[in-house]
Design a protein around this ligand. Structure first.
Ligand SMILES: [Zn+2]
Length: 208
């Protein structure tokens, strides 16, 4: 990929059922019903993950984490998000901003929006002002409006941290000189030389 910016969109919907936790953007929401799913059912993280994969032209979450794979039973959806973020970094991109909409008739999410936003920003490892979480209802229409499901939409914008594509050694030097920790690991291959400046080794590790 050689272009400077890339956009991706994501969408997801899960049924609301009793006996499940309601987790949105990694935050547990007080509710009498939760989202059904093979994983933890975090519909917002799934939409954001799909938006990120889409921006990278890498397919969708189901390609990486099939719902019939027992490994992902009740999985923390942050695992999926972190996998997608690894691809962003490997391709030489970083997140500019993420915009989302959660559509839910119940529970009322107005009071939770800010908490969800900070949780999501933390998982994305970006400042909160790069993330927006909006909460809407369906005005009583359809399955979501009847309180039987919650859906989420997400758009993500990525930008390349390379000046231009593949002149790895030089690009690595010129783009983010401040993160000097990258220099020591910039030798082995051209690919690594480009990848390294994206994040400090510490921040990469903390995501896992
Ligand atoms: Zn999902």
């Amino acid at each position: 990929m050689t272009v400077g910016t890339r956009v991706g969109m994501g969408f997801d919907v899960h049924r609301l059922v009793r006996g499940r936790l309601l987790i949105l953007g990694g935050l547990e929401i007080e509710s009498t019903v939760g989202l059904e799913g093979h994983s933890d059912g975090d519909v917002l993280l799934h939409a954001v993950t799909d938006a990120i994969l889409g921006a990278c032209s890498l397919g969708d979450i189901g390609d990486y984490f099939p719902s019939n794979d027992p490994r992902w039973k009740d999985a923390d959806s942050n695992t999926f998000l972190q996998e997608a973020l690894t691809h962003v970094e490997d391709l030489g991109y970083e997140i500019v901003n993420v915009d989302t909409v959660i559509v839910a008739e119940r529970p009322h999410l107005g009071a939770w929006k800010e908490g969800i936003r900070s949780s999501l920003a933390g998982m994305l490892d970006v400042p909160a002002d790069r993330v927006c979480v909006k909460a809407k209802t369906m005005e009583g229409l359809g399955a979501v409006g009847e309180g039987r499901a919650i859906e989420a939409h997400a758009v993500v914008l990525l930008q390349s941290f390379r000046d231009e594509a593949p002149k790895p050694a030089k690009a690595a030097k010129s783009v983010k000189p401040a993160k000097s920790s990258a220099k020591s690991s910039a030798k082995p291959t051209a690919k690594k030389a480009v990848k390294a400046p994206a994040k400090s080794p510490k921040s990469v590790k903390s995501r896992r």
